[in-house]
Design a protein around this ligand. Structure first.
Ligand code: FAD
Length: 463
């Protein structure tokens, strides 16, 4: 009717989980007209002095934010992107550390400038929470609320972790951004035929640290993501603003639990043999401390085939798609979820049913593609970056990019630097390019082999 206002009905939204993705979702919706947002989080406020380190969400101390993540942040608020970029360290390539101690820089982009950005996870999460506090339409954030139950009509129940009491609320819409072990997802399974698959890969991780030099100096080149690839296992390191590096050791569970790594002596022997240069930087005492006290992280890969129940429930971020960390895309992809959702809300003028249906139908292809890619990049990082054939292929890849420009894009470039190309599309383009690459590579290998044979035959003929 003509009496309808521009914001006909203020929709009440509960977002579960104030991790990186939940915070951005809350910020994005609070900036639209017609939504009032409440954010519930199991843990205490990470900004409070009293919040111990162990109860913060520190799955990794730092992580890499790249084009898709930045694009989503910009869409929510261009100022937010620049505030984040002030606190990152750009990494313009991989630095491969060979067993011999030799280092080799492999740039991510032709111009050597484009990079992914190392940022402190805690800082990023706290900055997003700050933004919610100062946002024009303040979002209420309720810490210490553990979601227990979601009902079809939007009734949700929590345990208040301080009082241990049950509390109930009623909302028009519930968004689950509650991470890999999402309660919202398991509740959603009661209302729709949600196909869901998960896999723990045979790889564990342990966080180590390389301290800063005096005066906050860096002991390795700070503008690289450092990798010590050793086939079955590897070490990586990302820079922090204070001059330190957070390093992660990835290895099969069998190795972690082997006799070899069961005592101090064995650990030192293993590291001195496989990562002699890194041990010097980490320090033997600190290495042993980490082995004794830091947890072993599990790596989960998880896919769903649908993300919504009507206009009532939606899952987003790791709750909908956990991926192993080897493409550095988990958070970036979760931020992209927020971007895609915002675009669809615009397109459907906030008709939630239409927006969520289209979200589920279209997003599934991209999410499935990146979850698979992340697993295959493990092989690339730990193994292939060492191989001559891989490097030859990368060189041809770069050469073709140089001569063909935008008509030829390496997969890593599309995933990390081209938010305008969806993950599924990137894989499709890359498969086609790969066929061509393999032909060229076979041609070169054939040519080199041919020349070698020619040489031998020539020498034989002159005998
Ligand atoms: P989470 O960060 O898991 O947040 C979920 C929140 O929900 C938590 O705060 C939790 O306390 C809360 N919660 C859970 N259950 C309940 C409940 N019942 N009630 C209320 N609240 C609840 N991604 C990148 O993009 N780049 C990287 O370089 C990168 N590196 C990584 C390295 C490692 C070792 C790992 C493990 C991951 C890495 N990731 C990276 C992935 C990234 O960490 C995740 O994709 C991202 O944190 C997902 O954010 P989220 O908000 O969806 O979930």
């Amino acid at each position: 009717s003509s009496f309808e206002s521009a914001t006909p009905h203020n929709k009440s939204v509960a977002i579960i989980g104030a991790g990186l993705v939940g915070c951005l979702t809350a910020l994005s919706l609070s900036k639209r007209s017609g939504y009032s947002v409440t954010l519930f989080e199991l843990r205490p406020d990470p900004r409070l002095e009293s919040t111990s380190k162990s109860s913060k969400n520190l799955r990794s101390i730092n992580l890499a934010v790249s084009d898709r993540g930045l694009n989503a942040l910009r869409r929510v608020d261009p100022g937010l992107e620049s505030r984040i970029l002030e606190k990152v360290i750009p990494m313009t390539g991989r630095m491969i550390h060979k067993l011999s101690g030799e280092e080799e820089s492999q740039k991510y982009a032709l111009d050597g400038k484009k990079g992914i950005n190392s940022i402190d996870r805690g800082y990023l999460n706290e900055l997003l929470l700050e933004e919610l506090d100062i946002s024009e339409k303040k979002v209420e954030v309720k810490f210490g609320y553990k979601l227990e139950k979601v009902q079809e009509d939007g009734k949700i129940s929590f345990t208040n972790t301080n009082t241990k009491q049950q509390e109930q609320f009623q909302f028009d819409l519930v968004i689950g951004a509650d991470g890999s072990f999402s309660k919202v997802r398991s509740e959603l399974q009661k209302f729709i035929r949600l196909d869901y698959s998960q896999q723990y890969i045979d790889c564990a991780y342990l966080e180590l640290s390389i301290p800063a030099l005096d005066n906050n100096g860096f002991s390795l080149d700070k503008n690289h993501l450092h990798i010590w690839p050793r086939d079955d296992f590897m070490l990586i390191a990302l820079p922090n603003l204070d001059g330190s590096f957070t390093s992660t050791f990835f290895a099969p569970w069998g190795l972690f639990e082997s006799k070899e790594l069961s005592n101090d002596e064995g650990i030192l022997k293993f590291f001195r043999y496989n990562f002699p240069d890194a041990v010097e930087l980490i320090g033997e005492e600190s290495l042993l401390y980490a082995f004794a006290h830091h947890p072993r992280g599990k790596l989960l890969s998880l896919k769903c085939n649908q993300y919504n129940y009507k206009d009532k429930i939606l899952i987003i971020g790791d709750a909908a798609h956990s991926m192993v960390p080897f493409y550095g895309q988990g958070m970036n992809c979760g931020f992209e979820d927020v971007f895609v959702l915002t675009e669809l809300l615009d397109k459907h003028r906030d008709d939630l049913s239409l927006a969520f249906e289209e979200y589920s139908q279209t997003r599934v292809h991209d999410l499935s593609a990146i979850v698979d890619l992340a697993i295959s990049n493990y092989k690339e990082m730990s193994h292939k970056v060492n191989s001559k054939l891989f490097l030859l292929k990368t060189k041809i890849d770069f050469l073709l990019t140089k001569s063909l420009g935008d008509r030829w894009l390496p997969l890593y470039t599309m995933v990390s630097f081209r938010a305008d190309i969806g993950y599924a599309k990137a894989v499709q383009i890359s498969k086609r390019q790969d066929i061509i690459l393999n032909w060229i590579q076979a041609g070169i290998v054939g040519l080199v082999g041919g020349l070698g044979l020619w040489n031998v035959l020539g020498r034989w003929a002159r005998k």
